[in-house]
Design a protein. Structure first.
Length: 400
């Protein structure tokens, strides 16, 4: 029975990296269960940024960096998208001089600073017994680093790209592909009306799952993904053929943001990088669209075919979670609390082969999770293989 009187300890939760639908249900699940079991639950604001911003002084106002979570607070947000704790792309081991909090600038004034010692002291100052970070491989790789420093970590995987190793499912993925399918189907009316080729740029820096699954579901004719550099001439030929066969005279291609032309590299929006060393991607969809129009006459009796280009971007991040991204985060939160109640840490809660489980947290840094091109991608047809679904996971491809 839940212990509502004796305080068992302190659990801190944070969300890092990009926002996705499903974060608030995860925060809600672990908070409600933990408080009923007798734990105090703290929410660290803005991911790792909040963990370095705390001022270790009883007179200081740390409400901008940390908040005590209650059932009332999490119930108000638990059915909504995004993260009410806010988020950031911050890595405390690599903080630029300009990003060092004001109260630490005298101590840390190099061009790049490792503020991990401050994070450790701040967690100790808050009395944190267990830390529950929810994020992608970048956020969780730093959690692994903290675990090696002695922090008791129980982590949850979150990313639209579904590319955290060790798990078949990451929070946010289902809503992402649901929205991608929905928006693609909405845009086909314009593509059909004008007899164009519809080009949609979707998330996927290193992994093409967000392009593969909607294409497999019938939302697009073709998809190009980061795992296979594609031939634009071949893509043009295929899409012109698809358009010709379609009674409404249009065709659709999904383009992962990390997709690359054969002989080329990722298309960058600018030279700026985040604290994880990632340059901002953007523009591959525009380039594909322009090349399709330029090359289309060779496969369309000398007549160019116009295109419609749309970057879905944050449209698939925003809004409420779908059913799966409401249920899985609830289960992940309870799995995390189960581990904490048993005194177990250094784990990542996961879905494997249709069952909830947990893995050693260092699985996050041990490998990369990408589309297995040999098994799942038809290089000649530039789309997923449509066969051998028996005994596969619900989302078919796991990258393993």
């Amino acid at each position: 029975m839940a212990n509502l009187k004796r305080k068992k300890g302190v659990i801190a939760i944070l969300t890092g990296g990009g926002d996705v639908p499903g974060l608030n249900p995860a925060i809600r699940a672990i908070t409600i269960r933990a408080t009923r079991e007798g734990y105090q639950v703290l929410g660290i604001r803005r991911g790792w940024a909040g963990a370095i911003g705390i001022i270790r002084d009883k007179q200081a106002d740390n409400s901008d960096h940390c908040v005590t979570l209650t059932e009332e607070i999490v119930n108000k947000s638990g059915r909504t998208g995004g993260t009410f704790l806010h988020t950031s792309r911050t890595r405390p081991s690599h903080i630029a001089k300009a990003g060092v909090p004001p109260h630490l600038q005298d101590k840390y004034n190099a061009e790049t600073n490792d503020l991990t010692p401050e994070v450790l002291k701040n967690l100790d100052y808050l009395g944190v017994d267990y830390l529950v970070p929810i994020g992608g491989d970048d956020t969780l790789s730093y959690a692994v680093h903290l675990y090696t420093k002695g922090v008791k970590v129980v982590a949850m995987p979150k990313t639209m790209d579904n590319d955290v190793p060790g798990t078949d499912y990451c929070i946010g993925f289902s809503t992402c592909i649901t929205r991608t399918i929905m928006m693609t189907n909405s845009l086909r009316t314009s593509a059909g009306s004008h007899e164009r080729i519809l080009v949609l740029e979707v998330f996927g820096r290193y992994a093409g799952f967000t392009a593969m699954l909607p294409t497999m579901a019938g939302a697009a004719n073709r998809c190009v993904i980061p795992e296979h550099k594609f031939d634009i001439e071949k893509l043009t030929e295929l899409l012109v053929s698809d358009r010709c066969k379609n009674p409404s005279k249009y065709s659709v291609v999904l383009v992962s943001e990390g997709a690359m032309f054969r002989g080329g590299e990722m298309v960058l929006k600018d030279a700026a990088k985040d604290s994880y060393g990632h340059a901002k991607l953007g523009g591959i969809g525009d380039l594909v669209s322009a090349k399709l129009k330029e090359l289309s006459p060779a496969y369309n009796n000398g007549r160019p075919i116009n295109t419609i280009i749309q970057k879905l971007g944050y449209l698939v991040r925003g809004g409420d979670p779908d059913a799966i991204d409401s249920i899985v985060p609830m289960a992940y939160g309870n799995l995390a609390l189960d581990l904490i109640l048993k005194g177990i840490h250094g784990r990542l809660v996961v879905l494997k082969n249709g069952r909830y489980d947990d893995m050693p947290i260092d699985v996050v840094t041990g490998s990369a999770k990408v589309v297995n091109v040999e098994k799942h991608y038809n290089r000649e047809r530039l789309r997923p293989h449509y066969k051998s679904f028996g005994m596969k996971p619900m989302f078919v491809m796991t990258g393993e």
